[in-house]
Ligand binder design. Structure first.
Ligand code: SAM
Length: 261
């Protein structure tokens, strides 16, 4: 392990278990001629393996890691490391110079910005084939929650709109330096082959967000500003009670409701 002044503010928990890294690579199943984005290479433990499988574009915010990373990677042609805050980058622009067939994100994400990173990756519309990411266990449960469970929320629907999400395996907190407070999980998000038929995505995403605003309230109470009779029509047609909570509705239900507004 390198000598490094670990920074909590950057969510630095470095992976030390080689078996976990191998499992991440195996789950990723990287196809030939791929470009792999890594957010936060840290001291390079995952990066070292990724460069064996394709071109790597990595973003690291902590410039103190530059010396270590450059020592190992500056002479290697299929990796570029950008020392900057990933959230401030124009990813589309960074990708312009590369030719590739498939685009992946494979990363042990900094936990304090997991959701903003994923939202950015989706909103930049860079056509990601697959993401294999390490997140805190609770966050993983929220992202992959099933309808009707307590973890099911608007972010679940947002992510499931684009990706099939699978919890691949749990990673113990003992696999990191420094040791975090909670365990982690490896999630895979694989691009859906068929797009949902939504008339207006803006209306759909707003409806979902508004529906979950207060989780304990019924849908009707959360959607006071909507013409609820149009929503009721769909609920009744689908054998749902009109006093349901948002968590009882599937992505297909929300799509049907938004298409009927
Ligand atoms: N990949 C390494 C590993 O698995 O050992 C490190 C993972 S560590 C959980 C997260 C990494 O993300 C750290 O290296 C941290 O400095 C970096 N990081 C944090 N915020 C970032 C940001 N906004 N942009 C780019 N990198 C960031």
């Amino acid at each position: 392990m390198i000598e490094h002044n670990f920074k909590k503010k950057f969510g630095q928990n470095f992976l030390t278990d080689k078996n976990i890294i191998n499992k991440i690579i195996s789950v990723s199943n990287i196809k030939n001629n791929s470009l792999i984005i890594e957010i936060g290479p840290g001291s390079g433990s995952l990066t070292r393996e990724l460069i064996k499988y394709g071109q790597v574009l990595a973003y690291e915010i902590d410039t103190e890691l530059r010396k270590t990373l450059d020592n190992e990677f500056s002479n290697i042609s299929n990796i570029e490391i950008i020392y900057d805050d990933f959230l401030n980058r124009n990813i589309k622009k960074d990708l312009e110079k590369y030719k590739y067939n498939n685009l992946y994100v494979i990363a042990n994400l900094p936990y304090y910005i997991t959701t903003p990173i994923i939202i950015k990756l989706i909103e930049e519309k860079i056509n990601l084939e697959k993401m294999v990411i390490m997140v805190q266990k609770e966050v993983g449960e929220r992202f992959s929650a099933k309808v009707g469970t307590k973890d099911y929320s608007s972010i679940t629907i947002f992510l499931n709109y684009y990706y099939n999400i699978k919890q691949e395996f749990i990673v113990s907190k003992n696999s990191f330096i420094p040791k975090p407070k909670v365990d982690s999980v490896i999630l895979s998000l694989t691009k859906k082959q068929e797009k949902y038929k939504v008339k207006n995505e803006e209306i759909f995403f707003k409806l979902v967000k508004d529906s979950f605003k207060y989780k304990r309230k019924t849908l009707k109470n959360n959607l006071k500003n909507y013409n609820f009779s149009k929503i009721e029509e769909v609920l009744l047609k689908n054998n749902k009670k009109t006093d349901v909570r948002a968590e009882a509705l599937s992505i297909e239900d929300f799509i049907e409701i938004s298409n009927n507004l």
